[in-house]
Design a protein around this ligand. Structure first.
Ligand code: UT7
Length: 345
């Protein structure tokens, strides 16, 4: 018999692994967006669901959305947004260590999409993985990128949210058909002398996973399936959860970063519904100088792409100062949420 002392003895050779050299902080170096060319007004989606422009605007704030062209894929849109973010950051694609893709509408389980996205942008040797946290996926991936960079494991990380929601939304479902749009947004994260991405506050409620789910699980479709499962949502239940969760997570992210609402330049929650955005903004008692992202009006809900798209929209029209702080909050299916304060590039 072997004695306990012999079993627990650690050979000299496996002691003391080297760790990468940590850096004091990470920051966002560039932001890029891809918005499909086709603008789709409410009138175009309303007929199939016996709805109308007035109802959709009143209940969601949405006036229009973009729909992907046949050759706009989750991968191609992610590549287009990432290339723009890299150009803005002034970072050569070949120096990217890691690519994180957040998407809920990429319809292949394997291979993941991220390696193709990495290859497409020219990050041909980068580690690449898909992040599945639905509409909260971008903020989850951004927190992961921050940790990778600060730990010294990666120097440059591209974080991208890309969605072709028209592939998974049923145009005849009254509860979702008018809500979603297509597009991609990306950010490049790299090392910094001071923290430019605050601590993440995140969580999930797996016991409420049915609040936003597909109409059928993929395995149930079988090999002969002709119809792709589509998204179903208990809208009012998700609405109530969101207006309680977003302000709570937002306050916790501010506290974790050692800041108050007075320190912010922008509030950028997931663009799910203008009523949720405005209710959360009111609950946070934001001072008048804090710009609230309302990209949902013209872009609708682009799930994991909505936060970077909304940030890009604010920066592109000069609504927020470069170097200002933005409070990001992702939330959605899971039910999952993730919030952090970032310094804008
Ligand atoms: O991105 C992931 C996170 N998602 C969200 O955060 C979405 C959260 N939920 C929502 O944004 C809202 O629940 C919706 C915008 C989806 C729906 O708005 P609502 O105010 O919650 O509508 P409702 O489902 O409570 O329906 C209100 C009324 C009902 O009629 P009655 O019972 O009051 O007579 C519905 O039958 O509106 C009717 N209705 C519609 N009417 C015209 C429901 N859908 C439609 C429609 N067009 N598309």
């Amino acid at each position: 018999m072997t004695g306990a002392s012999e079993v627990t003895e650690v050979p000299e050779a496996v002691r003391g692994l080297s760790a990468p050299a940590a850096v004091p902080g990470s920051r966002i170096l560039g932001v890029g967006a891809y918005r499909p060319a086709r603008v789709v007004p409410n009138s175009e989606v309303a007929e199939a669901i016996d709805s109308g422009d007035e109802w959709i605007r009143r209940r969601s704030g949405i006036a229009g959305r973009r729909f992907a062209a046949p050759d706009d894929t989750v991968v191609s849109m992610a590549v287009a947004a990432s290339v723009k973010a890299l150009a803005q950051a002034g970072i050569a694609p070949g120096t990217v260590d890691t690519v994180l893709l957040a998407s809920m509408s990429y319809r292949e389980q394997s291979p993941p999409a991220a390696p193709r996205v990495a290859h497409g942008m020219g990050a041909v040797a980068a580690g690449a993985m898909d992040v599945g946290a639905a509409c909260a996926g971008f903020c989850h991936a951004l927190a992961t990128a921050d940790s990778l960079v600060r730990s010294g494991n990666s120097r440059y990380v591209v974080v991208v949210g890309s969605e072709r929601m028209t592939d998974i939304v049923d145009p005849y479902d009254r509860g979702t058909a008018f809500l979603f749009g297509d597009g991609a947004g990306a950010m490049v994260v790299g090392p910094a002398d001071d923290p430019g991405i605050g601590p993440v506050v995140w969580g999930s409620e797996g016991d409420r996973h049915e609040a936003i789910a597909h109409s059928a699980p993929w395995p149930a479709q079988g090999a002969a399936a002709e119809v792709t499962p589509t998204l179903r949502m208990d809208g009012p239940a998700v609405f109530r959860w969101a207006v309680a969760t977003v302000p709570r997570a937002a306050r916790a992210a501010l506290t974790a970063a050692g800041l108050t609402v007075a320190d912010l330049a922008a509030f950028v929650p997931h663009q799910a519904n203008l009523r949720i955005i405005d209710t959360a903004a009111d609950a946070l008692r934001l001072p008048p100088h804090v710009v609230v992202a309302r990209d949902v009006v013209h872009t609708a809900n682009t799930s994991a792409a909505s936060v970077p798209l909304a940030v890009e929209e604010l920066l592109a029209r000069g609504a927020v100062p470069r170097g200002g702080r933005a409070l990001l909050v992702g939330f959605g299916a899971g039910l999952s949420h993730a919030a952090q304060v970032v310094v804008l590039p």
